[in-house]
Design a protein around this ligand. Structure first.
Ligand code: DMJ
Length: 932
């Protein structure tokens, strides 16, 4: 290791106070070498196999990068389904996610240092030349300050860091004269106007050409930003200052961090998700380690590592303590309210939190890292990828997956920390799933729905910046990389910054460092260096022993609430009634409802309605419990209503050269063959004449035995279905006539019948928006014979698909296409299993959450008043039930002996409770609207 860490390097022994700098980059200081001999647990992986997997990663990178360069460059990103560049303004807007695109060849810049890590030095040299020649940073386009910082500024700085490293080695980049750094500096100055607020927190968006607030800028009126957006600048900005000597960048980033620290909720030491950049008020007061906050915490710890400034470690440790106290509910990480941190703010987790185990490795807290990582891995094994959000009982909440790298990142760090070959096997699974489900002929496509395997036409730049880096490093030995990775720290976008920056231009930042901590007791902070000698004392099975008790945590998930209930019991409080446990037939539950001021009204239509009148509660504490219960009921209700909506269907192109790699999201029909029940239908496609299918077809010979393509419009869906069925079609795909529509931007719907009996329609019918439909139409133009599979879930691609011979004649193809493949549903998926009829809640809440301070109400079906009964019956095992009963009994005893226990909260006056309720309601409403 070089002297990168300046004066703060850890020695090989465990010091009392932590010089951290060298620990940071890959946490390598504290880690067992990945090549260490393994004697038990997961079987060791041979060097040959690791090399094979490393080569596979290289090939995958080539496929992604090569297709981007060939079909998309100089556009920002590749659209892998339509095989072209995504140019902002030329595609329908996707909202905030487009703010990463600044017409600056984003994917190329984000890929720069990946090329060097993957030993593609020649390609790196070419890529740098292209950036210098082609990239314009002065476009009239509004971009996200956060995304531009982590991806573009970080990409340029990572590229510069490795360019100077290569130049010093004497072979490559000999011509390089800090040009990337000059571009980074130019971009840094372009971002600075965003910091022109009284708080010092940056505006979330800036116009690259016109800055902020000028009429041409079209930005600058925003009032809120996310915590991560304002708190994830210090690494790039400090590196820019230290590389160039221009102190202003580091000063601005420090000021924003200082402000966020000041605004932390003082009793919980947590931060909210969004903050007003002018007043500093928290706008969203929920707090977790995922979306909206994640990299704020990451940058505090890493800023300490890179800059050697104690105050950052002190802040990190203070927050970390709060996270472990409130948010960490092993193996889960659950959002809570900053001002009521014992109150969960959600019943689901988002995929971004998967980076957290990696950060815990860097901190040296390996046990919870292993636990959370294991839980996430089991979710992945169930759905092939981590869904964008999943519930505490591991059902899909948001089904998309944009090929996020966070889980691979944590896998890499855990392998470095433990040397456990189990993590190599995890990496192998990630590689297999990417190739099996996300790989398409023109790159890798994001998953639109992990349940159906359908794709979205996007390949985000972070996939190249991060995923391939972490996967490659996971399998690489030291000698496989041309430089010492331990001399660098990874930014949140996995860009590499050299640790020697910690001693360069150091004085420029010190003058602004706030030091309110000198009086603090050191014992509050963890100053010790993590060291594997201590973490795994002669126990190579350490990691396995932590994973073992969790091995069935996902498949045999207990209803959520138990962990929290258990916790509150341990702290001497009475566990509240949870919405999901409620049964209208249980007299004890009815009694609790009464105490909480909740009454049960039997509606004429057979449903029951719950109404809360806080004033009728036995005490303010009971009223508060009642409110929480109603909120949970509402959340549960809306979650279940979502689940009642029919999940999308899949149209998979299975013929050459797609071989099942392209999966399109399709809408189902309320008539015809139900693909979710028994069958999938496979056949070649043919356009019907007339194309709208509104009258008897004039080309029955062309559609006979095939899947007919029909355009939407001019008559009822059912009429189209009858016409193609009469012509002998075995299925139909209706393509939207609204040009440019896409399931990326429009909600899917079911095609309705015509109000008459539709039992005569026997063939399956699916709906595709125009963009998805044109992928099939383009394929027909190019390959003539296009075969598709209509199903509720994409079929696994197997080598057979690729080996299938292409049809040699029209007749052959017709024979083949006429075949219907029958298969029974294979995957056991809790969400998929639940048919609408099985779900019990069946209507919207009868009054809006905003009315709830007077009377909150929610309706439930009387036939099954426990809203999740069916689900829980399928997921509960005996052990869970026992624990539940045990807790119930224990809590009753507890209540007898201590009737005043009340969640450890002081009795509040009623108006303060009402104010708090309103805050809670607002927070819940926000969360409902929340999108990653
Ligand atoms: C990346 O751009 C960065 O890792 C960021 O911090 C959040 N996540 C995305 C990828 O998921």
């Amino acid at each position: 290791m070089s002297e990168a860490g300046g004066g703060r390097g850890c020695g090989s022994s465990v010091p009392q106070r932590a010089p951290w700098s060298l620990v940071a980059a890959t946490a390598a200081f504290c880690l067992v070498s990945a090549t260490s001999v393994w004697t038990a647990g997961a079987a060791p992986m041979s060097r040959e196999e690791r090399q094979k997997l490393g080569n596979q990663v290289l090939e995958m990178f080539d496929h992604a990068y090569g297709n981007y360069m060939e079909h998309a460059y100089p556009a920002d990103e590749l659209m892998p389904l339509t095989c072209r560049g995504r140019v902002r303004g030329q595609e329908p807007s996707r909202g905030d996610v487009d703010d990463a695109l600044g017409k600056f060849s984003l994917t190329l810049i984000d890929s720069l240092d990946t090329l060097v890590v993957l030993n593609k030095t020649k390609e790196f040299e070419d890529a740098v030349r292209k950036v210098l020649r082609d990239v314009n940073l002065d476009n009239d386009v509004v971009v996200s300050v956060f995304e531009t910082n982590i991806r573009v500024l970080g990409g340029l700085l990572g590229g510069h860091s490795l360019a100077i490293m290569l130049k010093e080695k004497g072979e490559y980049m000999q011509w390089y004269n800090d040009e990337l750094l000059q571009m980074a500096k130019q971009l840094g100055y372009k971002l600075l106007p965003a910091f022109n607020t009284t708080s010092g927190l940056p505006y979330p968006r800036i116009n690259l050409k016109f800055g902020i607030r000028k009429p041409e800028a079209r930005t600058g009126t925003e009032t809120d930003t996310c915590t991560a957006c304002a708190g994830t600048l210090i690494l790039e900005f400090a590196a820019l200052s230290r590389f160039t000597g221009a102190t202003i960048f580091e000063e601005y980033a420090r000021k924003a961090l200082d402000f966020l620290w000041e605004k932390r909720q003082r009793s919980s030491n947590l931060v909210g998700v969004t903050i007003n950049i002018h007043t500093g008020d928290w706008v969203r007061k929920d707090s977790g380690v995922g979306a909206g906050i994640d990299s704020y915490y990451e940058y505090l710890l890493k800023a300490y590592v890179l800059l050697g400034d104690d105050s950052f470690l002190e802040r990190f440790n203070t927050h970390y303590d709060a996270i472990m106290r409130y948010i960490s509910q092993p193996p889960l990480l659950l959002d809570v309210h900053i001002h009521k941190p014992m109150l969960n703010a959600r019943t689901w987790m988002d995929a971004l939190l998967a980076f957290f185990p990696g950060l815990q490795v860097l901190k040296g807290d390996i046990r919870p890292a292993i636990e959370t990582h294991e839980m996430l891995y089991q979710v992945i094994k169930k759905h092939n990828f981590l869904p964008e959000a999943f519930t505490t009982d591991f059902r899909v909440h948001w089904a998309q997956h944009p090929l996020r790298p966070e889980f691979a990142e944590s896998t890499y760090f855990l392998y470095k920390a433990t040397g456990d070959p189990y993590y190599l096997e995890v990496g192998k699974t990630l590689i297999e799933n990417l190739n099996k489900y996300a790989r398409v002929p023109c790159g890798f496509a994001a998953m639109k729905d992990v349940r159906t395997g359908s794709h979205e036409d996007r390949m985000d730049s972070f996939f190249l910046a991060e995923m391939f880096k972490y996967l490659y490093l996971l399998f690489a030995d030291k000698e496989d990389i041309i430089f010492d990775i331990e001399d660098y720290i990874f930014t949140t976008e996995a860009h590499l910054l050299p640790l020697w920056l910690s001693t360069t231009n150091q004085s420029i930042s010190k003058k602004n460092t706030t030091s309110e901590y000198t009086e603090l007791d050191d014992s509050n902070f963890d100053w010790t260096c993590p060291n594997t000698q201590i973490l795994f004392p002669n126990d190579p099975l350490y990691a396995q022993s932590i994973r073992e008790p969790l091995k069935n945590v996902v498949d045999k998930s207990c209803p959520r609430g138990i962990i929290r209930v258990e916790e509150s019991f341990r702290s001497g409080a009475k566990p509240p009634l949870r919405a999901r446990d409620f049964m209208a037939t249980n007299p004890e539950h009815l009694e609790i409802l009464k105490k909480m001021g909740v009454s049960l009204i039997h509606l004429k239509d057979g449903r029951v309605q719950l109404v809360q009148h806080a004033i009728q509660a036995a005490s303010s504490i009971d009223a508060e419990d009642g409110l929480r219960f109603m909120q949970e009921m509402i959340e549960l209700s809306s979650q279940q209503q979502k689940e009642q909506q029919l999940p999308p269907r899949a149209v998979q192109i299975v013929s050459h050269p797609f071989f099942g790699r392209v999966v399109l999201t399709a809408g189902p029909a309320q008539f015809g063959l139900d693909l979710s029940k028994h069958k999938e239908t496979r056949g070649f496609v043919a356009s019907s004449k007339p194309y709208n299918g509104c009258s008897e077809l004039t080309n029955p010979e062309a559609v006979m035995g095939k899947i007919a393509l029909i355009q939407r419009g001019q008559c009822m869906f059912a009429e189209k279905a009858r016409n193609i069925q009469n012509a002998g079609a075995i299925g139909g795909i209706v393509i939207d006539d609204n040009e440019g529509s896409s399931s990326d931007t429009a909600p899917l719907f079911q095609m309705a019948g015509d109000g008459k009996d539709t039992d005569d329609i026997k063939i399956p019918m699916l709906f595709l928006f125009s963009k998805e439909g044109s992928i099939i139409l383009d394929a027909i133009r190019e390959y003539e014979e296009v075969e598709v599979l209509l199903s509720d879930k994409a079929k696994d691609r197997d080598p057979e698909m690729e080996n299938e011979e292409q049809p040699s004649s029209e007749n052959d193809s017709q024979n083949q296409s006429a075949e219907q493949i029958t298969s029974s549903s294979q995957e056991v998926d809790l969400v998929d299993q639940e048919s609408p009829e099985e779900s019990s809640l069946n209507s919207e809440p009868e009054s809006s959450p905003a009315d709830m301070d007077n009377a909150a109400s929610v309706s439930a079906s009387e036939q099954n008043s426990n809203p999740t009964e069916n689900h829980e019956n399928t997921s509960l095992d005996g052990e869970c039930t026992d624990l539940d009963n045990q807790l119930q009994e224990q809590s009753e005893t507890e209540e007898d002996s201590n009737p005043n226990v009340s969640w450890g909260k002081k009795v509040q006056p009623i108006d303060s409770i009402l104010a708090d309720w309103n805050e809670d309601i607002e927070a819940f409403e926000m969360m409902e609207k929340d999108e990653l």
